[in-house]
Structure formats: structure tokens, C-alpha cells
Design a protein around this ligand. Sequence first.
Ligand SMILES: Cc1ncc(COP(=O)(O)O)c(C=O)c1O
Length: 354
Amino acid sequence: MYSNLKITRVEESRLGKIDLDNITFGTLYTDHMFVCDYKDGAWQTPEIVPYQPIMMEPSARVFHYGQAAFEGMKAYKDEQGDVWLFRPEENWRRINFSSRRLAMPEFPKEYFMEGLETLIDIDRDWVVPGRGNSLYIRPFIFASEAGVSAAPATEYKFMIICTPVQAYYKGGEVKVKISDYYSRAANGGVGATKAAGNYAASFHPTNKVKEEGYQQIIWTNSTHEYLEEAGTMNVFFRIGDTLLTAPTDDRILDGVTRKSIIKLAERDGLHVDVRKVGVDEVISASRDERLMEVFGTGTAAVVVPITGIGHMDYHYDLPKLEEPYSIKLKNQLLDIQYNAAEDPFEWRYKVDRK
Ligand SMILES: Cc1ncc(COP(=O)(O)O)c(C=O)c1O
């Protein structure tokens, strides 16, 4: 052990009382959680404790200045009952990237990996087997220090909680509306981080497109000429046989699923073009019937085929394909995540039984 991780277990697991076949995403948490406090300029002894409420002062800075960032990752159970993580170091790297941008302290890699692995090992029975089922893992950090002066806090909490999930978007159509007014991110801003405030700012514009019958918004750059992300997913467009996706920059989240899908597509010999994707280009490709597919990628939903796009007052339906790239790439990724295929890129990480 690197960090003298302290473990306090529940007396009795809640698992026996729960119907894991009927769960609503994010409503139910596993028996334990990970917590580590930052104070006096250092991370203190990390702990795994029973899942429970935390006490906070009303003046805690997170409530006032929004110093908070999070991650989203999953654990998967294979047919032998072993539990796997997918590229966990990428999430560690990204939460520290977010923390730096929000003037919060970075969390040591050894603490993160040891805390994560031990927590998932202890709560491994909560990882529901079967495709589409998994344990969603939510690491997060926030300013816990009391005091309402507008300055970075000197005290923080880093926590990990876990919630069992079934497939995220359960079937159904996903139609997206291209934003021609709201922006999610700005050059030099925090769009590339998982700052909590990014999500708060996205809810109102997303509610607006929902009123129009769309499920998600496609975020565009500030002039609304380029397509950047779809809701909380990165987004790919297939024009002819070429897959297009925007390059990551200050505004776009460097998605773990996005970069994995790019690798898998390239391995399959598909032509992937990482470059700015124009709204006009996609709309005219749709009019000319060259727009074959649009799909979102993200940890929660993996790969989500989009069935239609709205822009201004027009709606464009995507063709129904026999063998879309999206489904082929999704299955390849799931095979790796669920330990049902070779892992040529060494993305899988086994959660050892202690
Ligand atoms: C804004 C945004 N874009 C993209 C993604 C996809 O990232 P990942 O594939 O790492 O889950 C997420 C989800 O984490 C997100 O919140």
C-alpha cells in the first residue's frame, strides 16, 4: 500500500435487499465510498468508509464559487466473474487536468489507483454481469473549506462513489439539435475540463431543445459554424466512407471513448479525419444523401447512433443502415471492455481480488 489507505467496512451489505435488475441510473449507491481530505497543503490519509452523507458548512466554497470537477468511468464484469476497468489512468490524468484549471490540488496517482481498485474490489458484487450492465464510477473533487471570500480554497475533498447501471439510453431514438445560439465553451475557457459548472450551464439549453422534441444538443463553436460535441458526448459524422470528428482543444473534452473509437476505426482500415467539422458541410452532405451516420461517444452510453439532426427550422433524418460503423465499433469496444476479445492496445485493467 502506498497511502496507508484506511478501510471501514459496512456491517451488512445492502445488496441483499436490492433488485439489481430494476435500477434507475444514479439512484442507488454501493456499500462503500472513498474519501480523502486535502488540508495544510497535503492530501491526508485516504479512507474507504460506508456510503453516507457528508457534513458541510453552508459557506463551503464549492457552493459559492463552484470549484468542483468530476470524472465518469465504469467497471465491467466478464463471463468468469472477473471485474475490469477501462483505461483508468486516463481518468486520473483528466481529473488532474480539470483540477489544475480550477486552481485545485492534483490528486496523486498512487492514491487514485489504490483507492479506486480497493473500492471496486470491496464492492465487486455490485458490478452486474451482462452486456450493457456495469458499475458507473464517479470520482470527484470539490472545495470543502468554509468561507465566502472569492479565492481558491485551501481545503478540498476527493471522493469516489459508485452506482450500478444498466444500458444508458435504453433503445429509442436519439435526435439532436444543432445549437445556433447557446455555447458550451469558449477559447481559453474550461470546456475541455469536467468542471461541474459546465454541466449546470448545459441544462437550460438542453431543456430548450427537449421542448422541440430533441434529446440532445449539438454544441457548436462561438460563431455556430462548427460542430463540437453532442450533449455530454463527443460526436462523429460519417460522410461517404470517411469518419469525421473535431480535434480536441480548449473547448472540447478529450473523451476516452472518442480516442478509443478512433483507434479501433483506424485498426479496421477506416478513414478517420480529425478536423473541424462545418455545420454547412454536414447539412449539405445530408441533403445530398452523403451523410451516412452521426454518433455520439462517451463512457455512460458508449456509442449512441443519432437518428436525426435539427438545424434552425429544418430536420434531417439519417438513413437506416444495415451495418453501420457505429454498431460495429461499439461492439468491438464492448468486447474489449467486457474481456470478450483480445486487448491489443492494453486498455483493460483487472481489479485484483485482495
Ligand atoms: C462534455 C463531454 N464530452 C464528452 C464526454 C465523453 O468522454 P468519455 O468518453 O471520456 O466518457 C463526456 C463524458 O465524460 C462529456 O461530459
